[in-house]
Write a protein that binds this ligand. Structure first.
Ligand code: DGT
Ligand code: CA
Ligand code: CA
Ligand code: ZN
Length: 573
């Protein structure tokens, strides 16, 4: 059972949090955070790299010391340093850092003054109105802590799709190794590519008289066996993730796949249609009376109720049934349609890789272009570029472009939208670029009205092309800022601006609902990774998944265009 990348990054993140609470040197803290980010953005499994004896110090943010720690984690499953740290500082304090508005200093103050060690302690203290009395805290903070806690309770049980993939992949491999297993699919929200997943629903077809259940329940990563039967078992993995395994008969596999892919609401709507035709649909097939008349494939199930095949990403009972009845389902965008990435960072700001390396990686993905969009100067923390440094980057890119064949680096920037709605760089430098992603990184808590007019004002600038990570949300950590997205999208459509769908699996900003809104507003989107390293360019697929859930076809997505058409499309009048 190899250690997964999320296991390693989680350990580094906890070390960073605990060190920070202890008041350690900020550079040390940052080193662990960078290492965590670096491991998260690897497209490959870290255990394999260690086993292959690869030089980990070549990874961004990984020096000799961190490399040694990665090896220790991969080889032993744990890190002694974290255990030591947890001996000094309560481990649960780390969880408090996820509550919005609580930084290391505040967590420490809560611990030292009120003895708050856990989320539970925090809730009690907030409810008893003890927090507002502390120095540096107020009634408002106390209120927002309570709200954030309520949100955290709802979120707690769900994990990001990216992590779910890292848990599912080795388990599926393991199950495939069993000689009795003929087919295996992960269904449920995982197959619908939801941004977060509650549990994994694995379906299998087995050879006659072969049971895979014993094999499943002794999987190395299993912490607890909840139930074990002939056709269904449930386990909890060490990470806390629950996994259901169901064995289905081959003859009804399509019906089972359809049933367990869900969503529940979609299933109910499909079954209603069946009832009207005097049919019954369940997880074993489609029946007329006692006779099974279909169910080997999902297509057969849809055929029986007069529906066109519906892609899993659309199965939310949100209009897809009606569209399938009238053959009006959208032809969804696919990863193969994407011709380039429109948001990426290099070493010039806070990226880990050089311009040349990023370009090489984009070429390896088969792209025709890559927009290099380093931060602008306002984001000093990320070493944002001023006009002079951007000018030099433009020259570098011009030179590099001359040497490239069939590929173009788009000269870009991720320019900050300042509080008054102006852009962080002057028009005369913005003019020299091919493309500008405009984003908010500061003053996140303005009122809805102010935040909206800030963005609307920014869009009046003729160099505004794409609104980067439009709501600023971080899944499970930070709600987006308050904005009137509908108004923004309508204005964007009228003025020739575009919305980013940030493909970072922690952001996925726009949501599926927002994508539908974009479709209705007539604004096109740019699916872009915001990659801070070579490996993260591969996260494009999460963005495409999300766009598909939002009914986006290739025509809705600007980076399905070739370079020439793209540049024509984004040119403002
Ligand atoms: P999750 O796990 O919360 O991310 O979401 P799902 O959609 O994976 O839900 P889950 O694991 O409870 O169930 C998997 C699928 O099984 C679900 O999408 C549809 C099907 N299913 C579960 N319970 C019911 C039910 O009561 N009725 C129907 N029609 N289908 C159900
Ligand atoms: Ca599930
Ligand atoms: Ca389930
Ligand atoms: Zn960015």
């Amino acid at each position: 059972m190899p250690v997964q990348n999320v296991d390693v990054s989680e350990i580094f993140r906890r070390i960073a949090n605990l060190l920070e609470i202890e008041g350690a040197n900020p550079f040390r803290v940052r080193a662990y955070r960078n290492a965590a980010r670096s491991v998260d953005s690897l497209p490959r499994n870290i255990s394999e790299m260690v086993e292959a004896g690869e030089d980990l110090t070549e990874l961004p943010g990984v020096g000799k010391d961190i490399a040694g720690k990665i090896s220790e984690i991969v080889n032993t499953g744990a890190l002694k340093q974290l255990k030591d740290l947890e001996g000094r500082t309560p481990a649960e304090l780390d969880k408090l850092m996820n509550i919005s508005g609580l930084g290391p200093r505040r967590v420490k103050a809560l611990y030292m003054n009120l003895g708050i060690k856990s989320l539970e302690d925090l809730k009690t203290a907030a409810e008893e109105q003890k927090i507002r009395e502390l120095n540096g805290f107020g009634e408002k903070t106390e209120q927002s802590i309570l709200e954030s806690l309520a949100g955290a309770e709802q979120e707690e049980q769900r994990i990001q799709l990216h992590e779910a993939e890292q848990r599912a992949a080795p388990l599926v491999e393991y199950l495939k190794d069993h000689e009795g297993v003929e087919r295996i699919t992960v269904a449920g929200s995982y197959r619908r590519r939801k941004e977060t997943v509650g549990d994994l629903d694995i379906l299998a077809v087995c050879k006659k008289n072969q049971s895979v259940m014993e094999y499943f329940t002794v999987y190395e990563d299993v912490q607890k066996v909840v139930s074990k039967g002939d056709t269904r078992s449930t386990v909890v993995l060490k990470s806390g993730l629950q996994v259901d395994l169901r064995v289905l008969p081959e003859a009804g596999y399509g019906a089972g796949l359809h049933y367990f892919t869900g969503s529940k609401a979609h299933n109910i709507a499909v079954r209603k249609k069946a009832v009207k035709r005097n049919l019954k649909i369940n997880e074993y097939g489609v029946y007329r009376g006692d006779e099974r008349i279909a169910g080997k494939t999902e297509q057969e199930v849809y055929d029986q109720v007069g529906l066109a095949y519906i892609e899993p990403e659309l199965r939310e009972d949100d209009g897809e049934i009606e569209a399938a009845e009238t053959d009006n389902l959208p032809a969804l965008a696919a990863l193969e349609d994407i011709r380039g990435d429109l948001h990426s960072h290099t070493k010039a700001s806070d990226g880990h890789d050089t311009l040349e390396d990023m370009v090489q990686a984009a070429q390896n993905l088969g792209y025709e272009y890559l927009a290099v969009t380093d931060h602008s100067k306002r984001v000093a923390m990320a070493n944002g570029l001023d006009a002079g440094r951007l000018e030099r980057q433009i020259e570098r890119i011009n030179k590099l472009n001359e040497k490239l064949d069939g590929f173009r680096i788009l000269k870009g920037v991720e320019v900050d939208i300042l509080e008054d709605g102006s852009l962080d760089l002057d028009d005369d430098i913005l003019e020299k670029l091919d493309i500008r992603v405009c984003s908010i990184h500061y003053n996140l808590s303005l009122s809805r009205e102010k935040q909206t007019s800030r963005i609307l004002k920014a869009m009046e600038n003729p160099y505004f092309n794409i609104l980067g990570h439009p709501t600023g949300r971080i899944i499970g950590q930070r709600k987006g800022y308050e904005i009137d997205l509908e108004k923004i999208m309508k204005t964007a459509a009228e003025s020739g601006c575009f919305m980013e769908l940030n493909a970072d699996p922690q952001r996925l900003d726009l949501t599926d609902t927002h994508c539908r809104m974009a479709g209705e507003s007539g604004v096109k989107i740019a699916i872009a990774t915001d990659a801070h390293s070579r490996g993260s360019l591969e996260f494009m697929r999460f963005g495409v998944n999300q766009a598909r859930r939002g009914w986006m076809g290739p025509e809705n997505v600007i980076n399905t265009r070739n370079c020439e058409d793209l540049l024509k499309l984004i040119k403002r009048r």
